[in-house]
Design a protein around this ligand. Structure first.
Ligand code: ATR
Length: 282
């Protein structure tokens, strides 16, 4: 009998997770099936109860449920608690356990691009929303020389900093977007975690990179379009750039490994998502 996996979100019709996971099940000869469930905000509790009765083996969680779901789970992994959001749930003998693979997925992908150890890098994270929380936690847990968070609403960046420091020590500071632009030459890695530049608003950039250093790596969590204007401007300056496709694939691959104890082929996953994106109007 097929084991059931899925995605809970709203909306989910454009999600590439079903394609990516179902192909991996087939490739590895596993009898799994992954379905995207469109779950409105007020139906989350009932949906989880129903999936538990149906003995779902595991699922992903996406917008708008990543925070709300935490109160309906039987246990939550420490990293997900630090981040304050869950994107992956594993059913262990009838108990639903929440994890967050977004930050580690991002980090795994970023590390393939860096030309020096992360521990020697000054890192700037632009944005202080849900995506930033995962990235900040994963990077701070890994250890960096300096980690700065810049956001339009500075209070939200302060909140992320305070929350992290409740759990662990880290060299963390907070900047306005203008301060970040002025001090950009300080950073080895600059990461956009905001939605600025995402399709259809492809002509927008989160910050100006006039002061960035030539050896910096410029990273964007967005993968639709694959190359945002932010990354294009970086490439024109000769910078190393890193898009959000790797994070999407790696967070999915980590979830898949937790569910099945098998590692999927991430190169193949990347190709599948790329093909699908080609069909998108970016
Ligand atoms: P996600 O969960 O995807 O991170 P989010 O929680 O809504 O989404 O966060 C979006 C981020 O993009 C925030 O940092 C937001 O800045 P504010 O905290 O000031 O709202 C940032 N953002 C979105 N649109 C922006 C804009 N036009 N200018 C500056 N920042 C923007």
């Amino acid at each position: 009998m097929n084991k059931l996996y899925g995605l809970l979100g709203h909306p989910v019709r454009h999600s590439m997770s079903p394609l990516m996971h179902n192909d991996a099940f087939k490739q590895l000869g596993l009898d799994g099936y992954y379905h995207a469930f469109d779950v409105p905000e007020d139906k989350l509790k009932e949906s989880i109860a129903a999936l538990k009765i149906l003995n779902i083996s595991g699922f992903n969680v996406t917008i708008p449920h990543k925070v709300t779901i935490m109160k309906y789970l039987d246990d939550i992994d420490e990293e997900a608690v630090m981040i304050g959001a869950v994107n992956t749930v594993v059913n262990i003998e009838g108990r639903l356990i929440g994890y967050n693979t977004d930050g580690r997925g991002y980090l795994t992908s970023l590390l393939t691009k860096l030309n020096k150890p992360l521990g020697n890098c000054n890192v700037l994270v632009v944005g202080a929303g849900g995506a930033a929380r995962g990235v900040v936690t994963a990077i701070a847990n890994e250890g960096v020389a300096l980690l700065s968070i810049a956001n339009r609403t500075i209070e939200k960046a302060v909140e992320i900093k305070k929350n992290y420091l409740k759990y662990r020590e880290a060299k963390l500071n907070v900047l306005s977007l203008e301060e970040a632009e002025r001090n950009l030459a300080l950073y080895d890695v600059v990461i956009n975690t905001t939605s600025i530049g995402m399709s259809p608003n492809v002509e927008e950039v989160p910050i100006s990179i006039g002061n960035i250093k030539k050896t910096a790596v410029l990273s964007d969590l967005i993968y639709n379009p694959i190359q945002t204007k932010f990354l294009r401007l970086g490439e024109e300056k000769g910078l190393l750039t890193h898009n959000g496709l790797g994070m999407f694939v790696e967070q999915g691959a980590l979830a898949f490994s937790m569910w099945t104890q098998q590692n999927p082929d991430t190169d193949r996953m990347t190709k599948i998502v790329m093909q699908q994106l080609g069909g998108f109007s970016c």
